[in-house]
Design a protein around this ligand. Structure first.
Ligand code: FEO
Length: 395
């Protein structure tokens, strides 16, 4: 394998996963994902995070090569999720004296996941770990996106090892640093990674960004996706916007429809928005498009207009799954429209109204509900709903 240096004696040590279909067995990764670990070789040697367990053998081989057979002194654990701690047990087995470096939340997880309880070093904000020429310091970033998450800062080269923060879906296809690849390819995958994985914890991300601001960072090295060394502003600005729920004028229209009646309402609303000059309109069938992509677009656009057919007196199941996810994520600062149809006893719109109460987004217009196929008066209400949303988006 090529030796990849972030700086002298600081190495990238990551692997590309093009086999897994669903990240966390949940989120589609058609472009794969990378698991990035890092190695600092100095008077003392430190690993920063590990990799997913399927890569353990190659990982240990690479460590052996890069360290020239020396023992590893420290394993810094920025994040315990098994896509990064998957090789922890194997690393401890190979280097039994290795010291695990983490914060007060880390070691309970180490014990619970891997039954390892010794050789631990607890660090705090601004603790220092000298390695020789290189020195590490630490900052906890709780709930970005687990309780134990922290970042580690190498003070000589000013490299911040950030765990999942600033990470991306998508394998590193040759290019590893931001200036070696076309960021257009990663733009959607960066946002999908943030919104799907970290998006529930926007206030925590804001706090973490404030902490990071105090450091003179020259490079951001996440555990997934590109390493940022030339265009830090690109990713920092995006994280600032996404985590503060800053949106573009636009609408995501999602529907669940069995026989096309609710779908027809979605089409009417979409067309009227376009007539009113809204250019960013995304219409999704909740039964076809995975929530991963819809959630990413909800973070992107101000309005969310959701429609559901009634199904056994309840929401249409694919819509129910989606809005449950959205509710759990606690996304803020959106305009809402709701609509739907039913054949005999309703249940779709009624439950969307409960969603509206729970999520507390501003309802731009009264719910529109039709019995059977769309008729003139409800057609007009769909137009009115679209106009109410457009009035706000085109302000
Ligand atoms: Fe990439 Fe939260 O693990």
């Amino acid at each position: 394998m090529h030796q990849v240096n972030l700086a002298e004696n600081i190495f990238y040590l990551g692997f590309n996963d093009r086999k897994t279909h669903l990240f966390e067995n949940l989120w589609p990764i058609p472009h794969g994902v990378s698991y990035n670990s890092y190695l600092i070789v100095d008077e003392k040697i430190a690993l920063i995070d590990t990799v997913e367990r399927n890569f353990v053998d190659q990982y240990l081989e690479q460590i052996e090569i890069l360290t020239n057979g020396r023992k590893v002194d420290y394993l810094v654990i920025n994040h315990m999720e098994p896509d990064h701690s998957g090789a922890l047990k194997a690393v401890v087995a190979k280097y039994p004296d290795i010291i695990l470096v983490g914060n007060k939340k880390t070691f309970d997880m180490v014990a619970n996941y891997y039954k390892i309880t010794k050789n631990t070093l607890e660090v705090y904000d601004e603790s220092e770990l000298p390695l020789g020429k290189h020195r590490l310091t630490f900052a906890t970033t709780p709930m970005v996106h687990w309780p134990e998450t922290m970042v580690s800062f190498e003070m000589t080269e000013k490299i911040l090892f950030t765990g999942d923060a600033f990470g991306s879906f998508g394998t590193l296809d040759g290019g590893i640093f931001d200036d070696e690849l076309n960021l257009d390819h990663y733009e959607e995958e960066l946002m999908r990674y943030f919104t799907n994985i970290v998006g529930k914890y926007c206030p925590h991300t804001q706090r973490a960004l404030k902490k990071i601001e105090t450091l003179d960072v020259k490079m951001l090295a996440a555990t997934h996706g590109p390493i940022w060394r030339s265009n830090l502003k690109y990713i920092l600005d995006r994280y600032e916007n996404w985590s503060s729920y800053t949106t573009d004028p636009g609408a995501v229209i999602v529907y669940g429809s069995m026989y096309g009646n609710t779908e027809k309402m979605a089409e009417v609303i979409a067309r009227q928005l376009a007539i009113r000059g809204v250019k960013n309109i995304r219409v999704y069938d909740a039964s076809k498009t995975h929530a991963s992509y819809i959630i990413s677009d909800i973070f992107k656009y101000k309005a969310f207009i959701v429609g559901s057919a009634a199904y056994n007196n309840e929401l249409f199941p694919s819509v129910e799954t989606l809005i449950t996810k959205i509710e759990h994520m606690g996304i803020k600062n959106h305009l809402l429209g709701i609509f739907g149809s039913f054949g005999w006893n309703g249940g779709g719109v009624k439950n969307l109204q409960k969603f509206a109460e729970n999520i507390k987004w501003e309802l731009a217009y009264e719910p529109v509900e039709e019995k059977g196929t769309l008729k003139a008066d409800k057609f007009q209400q769909c137009i009115d709903l679209a106009n109410a949303i457009a009035d706000r988006l085109m302000d």
